[in-house]
Design a protein around this ligand. Structure first.
Ligand SMILES: [Ca+2]
Ligand SMILES: [Ca+2]
Length: 239
């Protein structure tokens, strides 16, 4: 007879006798990690008081950190169902778009023009390698302050001259990119292009939209533009 079989018989025959001799009540369950259904469940203590149990012909110890479950005779508890998967992230509901245009500041235009863009995608967007495009071509974005990764809902500024922008708006504490922002006071089409060169957004403005040198800027409202007081880094505050 093979040693394993001999051991199984020894467990099956001797350990119940030992349990009876020591008058120790068997536990009411077995470790949940032993998920298979045994024909025989026979908890018995060994000499040191450690519990063992029978799974068919296998004599196995109950781990010290086991969790005992109520057990019907001869059956293991059903394994716990896996936890439900986490809910999917909210779908992208919007886009990265130009949200505000300061094309004709009150006073000198040169160096004081800027645009604002908003990440309305619901996910962080990295603007590294993106470009701002106007009628004079593509313009690279150079990070001046903040981070190229824009959290969902955040606004960032693309300024022609970040130092002058900060002089005009000293309370601004967000991300600023330096680029070429020299916008026609008559109007033109502005675009954002991602790192692959795809056009992510485009908007066409005209002086007839307003905000031509009167201190206001143009705010993106739905698919249109509306003149109102500038709000760099914040949503439009329309009257
Ligand atoms: Ca201008
Ligand atoms: Ca704004």
């Amino acid at each position: 007879m093979r040693p394993v079989v001999v051991a199984a018989f020894a467990c099956a025959l001797l350990l119940p006798l030992l349990a009876s001799a020591l008058a120790v009540q068997p536990p009411k369950g077995i470790n949940k990690d032993f998920g298979s259904v045994p024909d025989v469940v026979l908890p018995v203590p060994n000499i040191s008081g450690q519990f063992w149990f029978m799974l068919g012909s296998i004599c196995a110890p109950v781990p010290a950190d086991s969790i005992l479950h109520p057990l019907r005779p001869g059956h293991c508890p059903e394994p716990e169902p896996p936890p439900p998967p986490p809910p999917p992230p909210p779908p992208s509901s919007g886009m990265v778009m130009i949200s505000e245009i300061m094309y004709s500041p009150d006073g000198t235009d040169a160096g004081h023009e800027w645009i604002e863009i908003v990440n309305d995608t619901g996910e962080p967007v990295n603007l590294l390698s993106w470009k701002f495009t106007d009628n004079s071509g593509d313009h690279i974005l150079t990070l001046f302050a903040g981070d190229t990764i824009v959290p969902p809902g955040d606004f960032v500024i693309i300024a022609d001259n970040p130092a002058l922008f900060m002089g005009d708006w000293p309370g601004f504490a967000g991300t600023i990119f330096d680029s070429v922002v020299s916008l026609s006071n008559a109007g033109e089409t502005l675009m954002l292009k991602n790192g692959a060169g795809d056009i992510v957004d485009d908007i066409t403005y005209a002086s007839t939209d307003g905000a031509d040198g009167d201190g206001n800027s143009l705010h993106r409202i739905d698919d249109g533009l509306e003149a109102a007081a500038p709000t760099p880094g914040a949503p439009a505050a329309l009257p």
